[in-house]
Write a protein that binds this ligand. Structure first.
Ligand SMILES: NC(=O)c1ccc[n+]([C@@H]2O[C@H](COP(=O)([O-])OP(=O)(O)OC[C@H]3O[C@@H](n4cnc5c(N)ncnc54)[C@H](OP(=O)(O)O)[C@@H]3O)[C@@H](O)[C@H]2O)c1
Length: 315
């Protein structure tokens, strides 16, 4: 009864959902010594919580952030964790494609990457453009992570148990992908809808990458509703209403860390997860995309990358 109620209502997104589900058979996560995890958006919110969890399990964590000061504070915090793994930092603005390309090159040079956690994300209530002239939500949430992932996947595919985890959102249940207007130039700009379309795009690309790189485990997930700076600034009214029920960042990050650490044979590449379980990718017929839509999204992202970075950007 409780499972049904949480599943059918939005209450499952709150800490009630987390607390109820984790009473079940949630296993202790195994140690990750020797595994290298890249985490975007690791300076705050869920990314910082996932970084703490992965570092605490002994993984080498590479924190990616756009602010050197915040990265230094995070590194300091993580190096004090008992039995924590080594910590490295990389500065990059995920909304700037030249910066993402440079980051990808540095990470390729570094090598030995096992886990890519694509977590950085924004919900903007007003349309903003980056220095490269891109709508900022599309640039940060979708295109930047597309370029980073495409650049790293060939080397990830050569590892024994590589994983890519795309942090999406339950908000994507409300939206169909719009390849005809990815930067919201024609459609009316509504922050939550624009955000949700990029999160829908991440879920679609999860399926594309899983099919293209069968040796890599590629997963998307939604964290539920967690009380972070992102929610505080983007959705103050929502936060005011729901605050007592919001998850904390550690609870929101749990499924990210689990997807990085769980036994690979328990996971299904290409699937969408929430609270350590596979969830449907659609709740409404109207949001379903066709195979042609999926192909068009991938072609669109590839065109953007070529236009911004040159035709040899993947080499
Ligand atoms: N919290 C929730 O309830 C919730 C629900 C569904 C999905 N999510 C998803 O979970 C992820 C994390 O969300 P959050 O709530 O933890 O957000 P948050 O508190 O705003 O943290 C976002 C992180 O991403 C970084 N970031 C943002 N834009 C960036 C850029 N252009 N380049 C590099 N780093 C950038 C931020 O860095 P700065 O510190 O420099 O700003 C910060 O470290 C997002 O993808 C979000 O969509 C969250």
């Amino acid at each position: 009864m409780m499972d049904w109620l949480l599943e059918k209502s939005l209450l499952g997104y709150t800490r009630l959902g987390y607390q109820w589900r984790q009473r079940r058979d949630w296993e202790e996560l195994s140690r990750l010594e020797g595994r290298v995890a890249i985490i975007t958006g690791a300076t705050g919110g869920l990314g910082a919580a996932a970084a703490k969890q992965l570092c605490g399990l002994g993984a080498t964590v590479v924190l990616v952030g756009r602010d050197a000061g915040k990265l230094a504070v995070m590194r300091e915090t993580l190096t004090r964790l008992p039995n924590g793994g080594p910590v490295e930092c990389e500065i990059a603005d995920l909304s700037n494609m030249q910066a993402v390309l440079a980051l990808s090159e540095r990470l390729r040079q570094r090598g030995n990457i096992d886990i890519l956690l694509n977590n950085a994300g924004v919900l903007l209530n007003e349309r903003r453009e980056t220095a490269e002239g891109l709508e900022a939500t599309f640039a940060t949430n979708l295109l930047g992570h597309y370029i980073l992932t495409e650049k790293l996947l060939p080397s990830l595919a050569g590892r024994v148990d590589a994983r890519v985890i795309n942090v999406s959102s339950g908000g994507m249940y409300t939206q169909h992908i719009r390849v005809d207007d990815p930067e919201t130039r024609q459609l009316t700009y509504k922050g939550p809808d624009v955000y949700a379309r990029t999160k829908r795009g991440q879920v679609i690309m999860t399926g594309r990458w899983a099919a293209k790189f069968p040796s890599v485990g590629v997963y998307s997930m939604h964290p539920g509703w967690a009380d972070t700076v992102g929610v505080q600034t983007a959705l103050p009214g929502f936060r005011k209403l729901t605050r007592p029920l919001l998850r904390n960042a550690e609870e929101g990050a749990d499924t990210m860390t689990w997807l990085a650490a769980a036994r690979r044979d328990r996971l299904q590449s290409g699937a969408f997860y929430h609270d350590r379980r596979i969830w449907p990718e659609h709740r409404m017929r109207a949001t379903r995309e066709t195979q042609a839509d999926r192909e068009a999204l991938e072609a669109l992202l590839s065109d953007y990358a070529q236009r911004l970075l040159g035709k040899d950007w993947l080499n």
